[in-house]
Design a protein around this ligand. Structure first.
Ligand code: MCA
Ligand code: AMP
Length: 509
């Protein structure tokens, strides 16, 4: 946010900042709404945010950033054991939620604070949100404090801003501690790559408890002094409406672009709306070339891909002024060092030949600090000289474009852009009385990228649990997007001499 926008009497304060359906806030209103909330939570050690796709979630996260208090965004569809884990691991003192929202018992022990977005807000309030409407001051010099806010704590670029939970191959999700400096630098690097300015109006329907929807999709526009229109839930009709009414950019996961590609042949208004956009950006998983080409053919516009990770924020992107080559994630962003390494994790692959595969490792100010309460996991995630091991396998074209060709761990599944660990689903399935043994794999899915497949040895082969029962069981414990979409009943899991399950022997046909 610029000083002009922060000045309550200036024209900037009246610029639109956030819109969710028919509810919206200008920069002045956002400041006036978030500042008292920031004052309210300033003493909290860490706060949880019940991250529904609403205006309230955006206000809560801005308030947490103003206060310098780390926020843990919670998936409002989290099941009981996943939520229980996140709450006990991150130990927030209070939970911010929209008024009237029913919270699950796992949050009973937390003090609840309602996120109040008044209908008529006094935008003449004497507040100063310089550098914080952006919500992510690079240097850690936020609000100077006013009657509406308390004096902020001593913030540094290393102060944790968000703790975002992300799945690994085994065990429950880990909390990635994301400092203010990572958010500021990643958003500024994207501004450079995408020529992203305060004139841009972003539209998206992404969830607000992950990096993509929250950091890129909400904090990104605010840092530029532009605006975002959130769809509440993704629908192609909403994309058509917003891009026809002034929105300039669209962010989505490949599943959303797949649904757009499927809809385009029968929806000329959607094609026209997409053709007007300045930038269509895809990320969180690989965009299939087929969908890329179908969209290009119908709209004359090419989707550009960027590559990131919860732990690293954004690493590479096709640039707005670069060639939008299908199947690639572009070049390293400014400030990001990227290398490929051989199997040993340290021998560097020098080739730029479009053929030699290596693991992507990255280093730079965009990286997270640590996994909360997991020093060993943090240590193994980095090489001795500070490179983060992404686990993504890639090749580089002669001009430096990166092509992701796979993942090191077969036990990580990307479904709908969500990362899901096979191990966490297997553990949940094993808690079902009808399951004796379980293995989980991902198989290709045109819509979701990959779908979750459960291989079950039933306790009673005469009455094995149904796919619906197991899906409900996993959705209730973990989250609906982690539910198996296919269940195979088998007599025994294929194991090697050591007793280890040989997942590659589980056939998908
Ligand atoms: C279905 N539902 C159920 C069950 N079955 N609920 C409970 N129990 C069940 N058995 C409900 C769901 O809750 C949901 O409800 C609806 O049915 C459909 O669910 P689902 O099948 O999951 O939805 P979908 O339509 O297939 O979702 C596709 C999607 C979604 C919209 C593309 O996958 C999505 O939002 N993906 C975004 C993921 C993302 O943001 N990833 C970023 C992380 P309801 O209809 O009420 O919703 S990666 C990241 O951040 C890095 C840094 C990066 O690079 O970006
Ligand atoms: P998450 O852990 O949910 O933040 O997901 C990060 C992972 O998503 C990365 O390690 C990649 O495997 C994948 N990913 C993100 N963006 C892309 C992309 N544009 N193309 C391919 N994979 C991607």
């Amino acid at each position: 946010m610029t000083e002009a926008q922060a000045d309550p009497d200036g024209p900037g304060a009246r610029r639109p900042a956030l819109r969710f359906g028919d509810r919206s806030l200008t920069y002045g209103e956002l400041a006036a709404t978030a500042s008292p909330l920031a004052a309210r939570v300033a003493e909290a050690g860490r706060i949880a945010v019940w991250a529904t796709p609403t205006l309230e979630t955006a206000v809560a996260v801005v308030a947490a950033l103003l206060a310098g208090v780390p926020a843990v965004p919670l998936n409002p569809k989290s099941g009981e054991s996943e939520l229980g884990h996140i709450v006990s691991d991150s130990a927030p003192t209070l939970v911010l939620a929209a008024p009237g929202t029913q919270l699950p018992p796992a949050l009973d022990a937390l003090e609840r604070v309602d996120i109040t977005v008044a209908a008529d807000i006094d935008t003449d309030a004497d507040i100063d949100v310089r550098g914080t409407g952006s919500a992510t001051p690079a240097t850690g010099t936020p609000s100077t404090g006013t009657p509406a806010t308390t004096e902020p704590p001593c913030l540094t670029p290393e102060t944790p801003a968000l703790i975002v939970y992300t799945s690994g191959t085994t065990g429950p999700p880990k909390g990635a501690v994301i400092p203010r400096r990572a958010i500021a630098t990643t958003l500024d690097a994207l501004a450079d790559a995408w020529q992203w300015t305060g004139d841009d109006v972003l539209v998206h329907g992404l969830p607000l408890f992950h990096v993509h929807g929250l950091i890129l999709g909400i904090l990104g526009p605010l840092r530029r002094g532009g605006s975002v229109r959130h769809l509440g839930r993704f629908e192609t009709a909403g994309v058509t409406r917003e891009l026809s009414e002034g929105a300039t950019m669209l962010f989505g996961v490949p599943t959303m672009y797949h649904r757009i590609a499927e809809t385009l042949p029968d929806d000329p208004a959607l094609a026209k709306a997409l053709a007007r956009a300045r930038l269509l950006v895809s990320g969180s998983a690989a965009l299939p070339v087929h969908d890329h080409e179908r969209i290009a053919q119908a709209t004359g516009r090419r989707v550009i891909e960027r590559y990131g990770m919860t732990e690293t924020l954004m690493n590479t992107s096709v640039r707005a002024d670069g060639e939008p080559r299908a199947g690639t994630v572009g070049v390293p962003l400014p400030g990001v060092e990227l290398r490929l390494t051989e199997e040993d994790g340290t021998t560097v692959v020098e080739a730029y030949d479009g053929e030699t595969v290596g693991e992507i490792q990255v280093r730079g100010p965009n990286l997270f600090t640590e996994y909360l309460n997991r020093p060993e996991a943090t240590a193994t995630a980095f090489t001795e000289d500070g490179w983060f091991r992404t686990g993504d396998m890639a090749v580089r074209d002669p001009d430096g474009y990166v092509r992701i060709v796979g993942r090191k761990a077969t036990d990580l599944i990307k479904s709908g852009g969500y990362k899901i660990g096979a191990g966490e689903i297997e553990n949940a399935l094993l808690e079902h009385p009808g399951v004796r043994e379980a293995a989980v794999t991902g198989e290709p899915d045109a819509d979701l990228g990959e779908r979750i497949v459960a291989w079950i040895v039933p306790t009673d082969p005469q009455s094995p649990p149904s796919v619906d029962e197991l899906a409900d069981h996993v959705a209730r414990r973990l989250a609906p997007h982690k539910r198996p979409r296919v269940v195979h009943h088998i007599n025994a899991l294929p194991r090697n001499d050591m007793g280890k399950i040989m997942k590659r022997a589980l056939s998908h046909d």
